[in-house]
Design a protein around this ligand. Structure first.
Ligand code: ADP
Ligand code: 5GP
Length: 209
């Protein structure tokens, strides 16, 4: 059984990453998602264990001490981390895994080289569009929105480190682009799953033609 591939997806808050990932998860088979641990409060509608594992700061510290995180970061005044076990279990089972993490976490995964990854940065078409989306989403206070916009500027400075940059202007086009990156990676010859149907011509003898 082949190992799954690890995809890192980062974006400034409000760029549309969650919207895109939900569509991708529904559209592509054999795609797992790493549910992060966070110390932030759940937003209305978020489900513990599905959107995030919502934990206390002391529990997060315990996981840190136990080196349970593949990567972790403090983002917008809260802690977020990716459980190493959750990722490696899925990859070992041949499932491709999506990591929805910030630029600091992406840098850690890339630099540690513990697990090879393919990274995608989703950018908003402009700062104004980002402000409108954060305001329109109506999940954060004006103060939180200001902090997220402020952080967006430093996050965007990191986008050239990613393998792919996808601008989320027209939503459907951005979804297709992310899907294309994942499908292209799956078609790499070194990644073809055992049992994947290959053209029978490969086994044919040239003299048979
Ligand atoms: P993120 O997960 O990156 O913080 P969300 O997926 O929650 O962002 O999107 C923020 C808001 O922007 C949501 O209200 C979403 O419906 C909206 N949105 C996402 N993509 C687009 C787009 N291409 N054009 C306009 N609005 C969008
Ligand atoms: P939100 O609070 O809006 O869900 O997420 C805020 C930011 O934290 C986003 O940029 C998101 O990608 C990032 N994030 C979510 N989970 C993790 C994680 O496990 N590690 C890191 N480094 N960032 C994360």
């Amino acid at each position: 059984m082949k190992h799954g591939a690890l995809f890192i997806i980062s974006a400034p808050s409000g760029a549309g990453k969650t919207t895109i990932l939900k569509k991708i998860m529904a559209a592509l088979p054999a795609l797992g998602f790493s549910v992060s641990h966070t110390t932030r409060q759940a937003r209305t509608g978020e489900i513990d264990g599905t959107d995030y594992h919502f934990v206390t700061r002391s529990y997060f510290q315990e996981m840190l001490q136990a080196q349970a995180f593949l990567e972790w970061a403090e983002v917008h005044d809260n802690f977020y981390g990716t459980s190493r076990k959750s990722v490696t279990d899925q990859l070992n089972a041949g499932v491709d895994v999506l990591l929805d993490i910030d630029v600091q976490g992406a840098r850690q995964v890339r630099e540690s080289m513990e697990i090879p990854s393919i990274s995608i940065f989703i950018a908003p078409p402009s700062l104004d569009a980002l402000r409108n989306r954060l305001t329109g989403r109506a999940t954060d206070s004006p103060e939180t929105i200001r902090l997220r916009l402020h952080n967006a500027i430093t996050e965007m400075a990191d986008m050239h480190r990613y393998d792919h940059i996808i601008v989320n202007d027209v939503l459907d086009e951005a979804i297709e682009m992310v899907k294309a990156v994942i499908l292209a990676e799956r078609s790499r010859s070194g990644r073809l799953r055992s049992g994947a149907p290959l053209p029978v011509l490969i086994e044919a003898n040239a003299n048979d033609v």
